[in-house]
Design a protein around this ligand. Structure first.
Ligand SMILES: Cc1ncc(COP(=O)(O)O)c(C=O)c1O
Ligand SMILES: N[C@@H](CCCC[NH3+])C(=O)O
Length: 413
């Protein structure tokens, strides 16, 4: 069986005589120095992706959806690269502010914003994406000048996992096309509101722009606005299925927006996954290898020192991952099931991947874990969350430390 395809690894990575390096840092050395599980990020890939998006958007704004990788070091890189940031809670707002984003480059989302979150965002000078009539009531009560956009649910179904669809009729996000005119009227007449335009986001991990185009057609019926935030969603490759390039995808978005909404608009997009996913890998140590004989064949469980506490995506979305052993990349392997250490049979990171004679002590890598992985990590079974290490030009820099056992009970009173 072939080993993991090289297109899944960061651009700033290499394999020399079967040994993997990330950002010039030998992966086995990273595991030794920082321990495992470990999130290793090729900083150059983050910057390169940010530049690709900015070039493709031209005059338009690129807003990083911080939920994809909400840590200070990642936010600082994107702040330096001239991106704006989308935050979905008071916590993400605080993180963005402390990472150095000025208010005019912050956009607050959310279908259940509290009055406090709204006030903090307004005070910071952030734009507010108004999601529902309760948002309007809360901002009315606050009465402070606010820049707002209206989130519209265009009623289209994108081709992605149901859990990450957001623009269909029946979505919990935004105003329906029927409700939007009343929201527009209320915000146009509210003395505190400066209504810039409309926002839409139809879902995540999108390969195809056709449903998105239908969504733009739908919001175009709501009137003519100076600004449109067209959402994120560009897919990344987790398998052999490859998405369009940033240049192609964003180029098509801009062309469609110009055609359907008119030229001269202030356009924004909100990528998360496509900015960070392929920059990151996770390193694990293999702890046990178990062969189980079943009537329809043998299953080899390769159990690692992490699992659903550091990557929930396989459990939530059946997300497919692949793996390699960091010192035998490219070596022909046999089918293995990679499982975690948690007390759940569903703690399966990879149903089937080919590994070359895995044994305890080996360091195993799963690529494409730079988006929605660190973000959704948890402490199930008392497992401390892994550190994040930036790798660049052969230098490894710890940017988030590993949690300690003390951290696990640090909030207990
Ligand atoms: C409002 C909003 N904007 C942007 C994004 C980023 O999406 P993606 O990471 O797929 O680019 C999301 C997540 O789906 C979102 O909910
Ligand atoms: N957490 C999801 C993406 C959510 C998108 C946010 N609206 C994933 O890992 O695919």
């Amino acid at each position: 069986m072939p080993a993991t395809a090289s297109h899944l690894y960061p651009h700033a990575s290499s394999v020399d005589d079967g040994r993997l390096s990330i950002g010039g840092c030998d992966a086995a050395d990273l595991a030794r120095e920082f321990g495992t599980p470990l999130y290793a990020v090729a900083e150059d890939d983050l910057r390169a992706r940010a530049r690709e998006f900015r070039a493709a958007m031209g005059e338009g704004e690129v807003i990083f959806a911080s939920k994809a990788f909400p840590c200070t070091a990642v936010l600082r890189v994107f702040e330096e690269e001239g991106l704006s940031v989308d935050v979905a809670s008071g916590g993400e707002l605080a993180l963005a502010t402390s990472a150095g984003f000025s208010g005019d480059r912050i956009i607050l989302h959310g279908n259940a914003k509290s009055a406090r979150e709204l006030e903090a965002a307004v005070d910071a000078g952030a734009r507010i994406v108004v999601d529902n009539f309760d948002d309007i009531d809360k901002l009315d009560a606050l009465g402070k000048p606010a820049n707002v956009l209206i989130r519209v649910t265009p009623g289209v179904v994108a081709d992605t996992h149901a859990a990450i669809l957001t623009g269909h009729a029946g979505s919990k996000f935004g105003f329906s096309l029927a409700q939007a005119p009343l929201a527009i009227e209320r915000l146009t007449n509210a003395p505190w509101a400066d209504l810039h335009g409309l926002h839409m986001h139809i879902g995540s991990q999108l390969f195809d722009l056709e449903p998105w185009r239908l969504a733009v057609e739908a919001i175009a019926t709501l009137g003519d606005f100076p600004a449109y935030d067209l959402g994120g969603g560009l897919a990344v490759a987790y398998t052999d299925r490859r998405p369009p390039s940033v240049t192609e995808f964003v180029g098509n978005m801009v062309a469609s927006a110009n055609e359907l909404l008119g030229t001269g608009k202030r356009l924004s997009i909100e990528p998360g996954r496509a900015l960070t996913a392929s920059a990151g890998v996770t390193l694990y140590t293999v702890e046990s290898v178990k062969d189980v004989d079943l009537p329809d064949g043998n299953v080899r469980f390769v159990a690692v020192d992490g699992g659903m506490s550091d990557n929930l995506r396989p459990m939530l979305y059946d997300a497919p991952y692949q793996a390699d052993l960091v010192d035998r990349v490219g070596a022909a392997g046999t089918p293995c099931t990679v499982v975690g250490k948690h007390c759940e049979s569903g703690d399966v990171l990879i149903r089937e991947t080919a590994l070359h004679e895995p044994k305890p002590g080996d360091v195993l890598v799963t690529p494409v874990t730079g988006a929605y992985v660190y973000a959704m990590a948890n402490n199930y079974n008392g497992v401390p969350r892994p550190p994040v290490v930036f790798c660049k030009d052969g230098e490894a820099r710890l940017v988030v430390r590993r949690e300690t056992f003390e951290d696990l009970h640090g909030r207990d009173v």
